[in-house]
Design a protein around this ligand. Structure first.
Ligand code: DGY
Length: 314
């Protein structure tokens, strides 16, 4: 009988599907499994359904000698040592496509919220500090005619680009891949940072992209620009961003992801010109259910001797 470790509560329909191919060991507590317990519970497993904050490293992969598949319920898989898993013959899968549209909508929600100062306005109203309508009170920035610079043009970057016309925004992108997007201008990262009014990050986290947006990159941006991140926190040097926002070297930032989640750089917490959201990019009932379903399908496929639907190839 196959043993399947599921590291977080998932819909019961998904657990039922997994139970058709094995015994499920469900970690149903709200807090993530601690690394030592994760290794212990993975030891006898044939499959793990992991979340983006579960670290599947060499220690775990060495201990889990029966493991055949790690099915990550996320499109990002920087929490998994994929090259090492490959040396162990362990298949890694992720959940692309099913969250693309959700992330596209969400990125625009952040762009609109920070440029129109929604969270800041909400705070003013709640603390009773609003004195009534005034002609020049809490003015935001119009999107029409502005340039959105996408750093990375994968599925999610494209979904964000697809919504830009509705707001009268032109799109530029930088990408290390040889890729095109009709109606959008490709440019170097330096030029994109230099000319964009909104810069939105859509690259996976890797050694090449860690602190891609550092002090030097931020210094290239317009003082009137906004920085949006729904990818992975460590792509931005959070301390450098906090400093730039404090110094008003940028107009604002909207972050869904952080360098050391769930910890947020303390200086960011004191600033009005930054919107801070708790990693909600794919957070709709529909999308999370589709992600869990796809993760289960990958486990069922591998444990039944079939190829997985969405293997991680990188
Ligand atoms: C992912 O799937 O990588 C997202 O960060 C989830 O919100």
């Amino acid at each position: 009988m196959h043993r399947i470790l599921v590291t977080r509560k998932l819909p019961s329909s998904v657990i039922a599907r997994l139970e058709q191919v094995g015994t499920v060991d469900l970690h149903s507590a709200d807090a993530a499994l601690q690394p030592a317990e994760f290794v212990e519970r993975a030891r006898e497993c044939h499959a793990i359904v992991s979340m983006l904050n579960d670290r599947v490293d060499a220690t775990l992969l060495d201990a889990a000698t029966s493991l055949r598949v790690v099915s990550n319920v996320a499109v990002g898989y920087n929490n998994i040592d994929v090259p090492y898993a490959r040396t162990k013959g362990v298949i890694v899968t992720n959940t692309p496509d099913v969250l693309t549209e959700s992330l596209g909508d969400f990125t625009w929600a952040l762009i609109l919220s920070i440029t129109r100062r929604l969270a800041e306005g909400d705070r003013v109203v709640r603390r009773g500090a609003w004195k009534g309508w005034a002609f020049d009170y809490m003015l935001g920035t119009e999107l029409r005619g502005k340039q959105l610079g996408l750093v990375g043009l994968g599925r999610i970057g494209r979904a964000v680009a697809a919504r830009a016309a509705a707001f009268g925004v032109r799109v530029a992108f930088s990408s290390r891949r040889d890729t095109v997007l009709e109606g959008a201008e490709r440019m170097s990262l330096d030029r994109l940072l230099n000319t964009s009014d909104i810069v939105s990050i859509h690259v996976p986290l890797s050694e090449e992209t860690r602190h891609l947006i550092d002090q030097t990159a931020i210094a290239r941006m317009k003082r009137s620009a906004y920085l949006i991140n729904t990818s992975r926190g460590p792509v931005i040097d959070e301390a450098a961003l906090a400093w730039a926002l404090q110094q008003r070297l940028l107009a604002g930032a909207a972050l869904d992801v952080y360098e050391h989640e769930p910890v947020v750089h303390p200086d960011l917490l004191t600033l009005e010109n930054v919107l801070l959201v708790p990693h909600l990019g794919s957070g709709t009932t529909e999308t999370r259910t589709a992600m869990a379903d796809l993760a289960a399908s990958n486990v069922v496929a591998v444990l039944s001797g079939q190829p997985p639907l969405t293997p991680v190839l990188g």
